[in-house]
Design a protein around this ligand. Structure first.
Ligand code: A2P
Length: 332
């Protein structure tokens, strides 16, 4: 077995801390960890894997020591600058920002969906957007079987997706304080506004769902539209997904396909009030699917309610799963 060293960049952040939690749970065969953040946190001590680790400032020389894999979650501009530096030193970056996702040389990976793309990396692998990841886990097995024609995404996204600042806006907003992160109060409110607005009237978040879905499924022909909404929920994203297929389907069989899909847990017993919820998905790496019902307004349509922990499966757990596969390939 090759000795592997792994860096976590943004180790003090919302996703970074969950990287550390998931790494502790998954016990990857790693010999050494390095934790990086900004200058502000340099010298701070973090207990990780039963040892005290000191946070280092991320600099241009941080990767001059044979680091094999780096998990990045320190914002787009940090990734834009430092991911190529790390890659040039022989490190493989698993990047959680949106900086590299649509680059044709960068695989965009959900391990349950397109693990084979990991091997095509040229030093950077992108972790998809949180709301896209959970949708892909549920949609890939249905696309394989029934061939998706059109998707309508409507999301109900938690504040943790906006980092520590988003979390504080809800916490403080519930006490009556003014928002710092969002343009309006999020407490007792819904904001149809995630990331910035584009000239076409959509937000960047909405276009991420459209473009990343096509890239991950390798299906440029799927018609997709999305409305993404920030809701006053601390953690876990919920999504209403309306699908139209090219092929006809049997609803019972479709439920079985989902039950057998990797990473999917079907929770669908409306008579007993059983359906996926943010509060029950939080803390899990799985994607929960329920409210599975035919869309009677079209020929081959179905509605799904899909919920997952956006910081785990939507970010940290997905990245750690990619790192796990990378280590397997390194040891092949
Ligand atoms: P720091 O805590 O030192 O600011 P979140 O999205 O939850 O706010 O977390 C952002 C993460 O990215 C934090 O760990 C933050 O570190 C880190 N970060 C922000 N800017 C940089 C930078 N220029 N270099 C390295 N890490 C950064």
């Amino acid at each position: 077995m090759k000795k592997i060293s792994v860096a976590v960049v943004g180790a003090t952040g919302m996703v970074g801390r969950t990287f550390l939690k998931v790494l502790e749970e998954e016990k990857l065969p790693v010999d050494k960890y390095y934790l990086f953040a900004s200058k502000r946190s340099a010298g701070q001590k973090i207990n990780f894997m039963g040892e005290e680790h000191v946070i280092e400032e991320l600099t241009e020389t941080s990767f001059d020591r044979g680091i094999d894999i780096a998990l990045f979650s320190a914002g787009g501009s940090t990734s834009e600058k430092f991911a190529p530096i790390a890659a040039s030193k022989g490190c493989i970056v698993v990047d959680n920002s949106s900086a590299w996702r649509m680059d044709e040389n960068v695989p965009l990976v959900v391990p349950e969906v397109n693990p084979e793309d990991i091997k095509k990396n040229k030093g950077i692998i992108a972790n998809p957007n949180c709301s896209t990841i959970q949708a892909m886990v549920a949609l890939k097995p249905l696309d394989d079987k029934y061939k998706i024609k059109r998707i309508v995404y409507s999301t109900y996204q938690a504040v943790s997706g906006a980092g520590m600042g988003g979390w504080s806006d809800l916490e403080n907003g519930l006490k009556g304080e003014a928002p710092q992160k969002f343009p309006h109060p999020i407490a007792n409110n819904c904001l149809p506004h995630i990331d910035s607005f584009l000239d076409n009237g959509y937000t960047k978040e909405e276009m991420k769902m459209v473009n990343e879905t096509r890239k991950i499924l390798g299906r440029d022909d799927i018609a997709i539209t999305a409305t993404t909404v920030r809701v006053p929920v601390f953690n876990s994203h919920s999504e209403s997904i309306n699908l139209e297929f090219h092929n006809s389907f049997d609803l019972k069989e479709l439920v079985e396909v989902l039950k057998n899909a990797p990473g999917v847990v079907v929770q669908d017993d409306p008579e007993n009030n059983v359906y996926p919820m943010a509060i029950t998905a939080t803390g899990s790496n799985d994607t929960y699917v329920g409210r599975i019902r035919r869309d009677f307004s079209v020929e081959n349509g179905v509605n799904l309610w899909v919920v997952a922990d956006n910081i785990r499966k939507g970010a940290a757990a997905n990245a750690v799963q990619i790192a796990q596969k990378l280590i397997e390939y390194m040891n092949d």
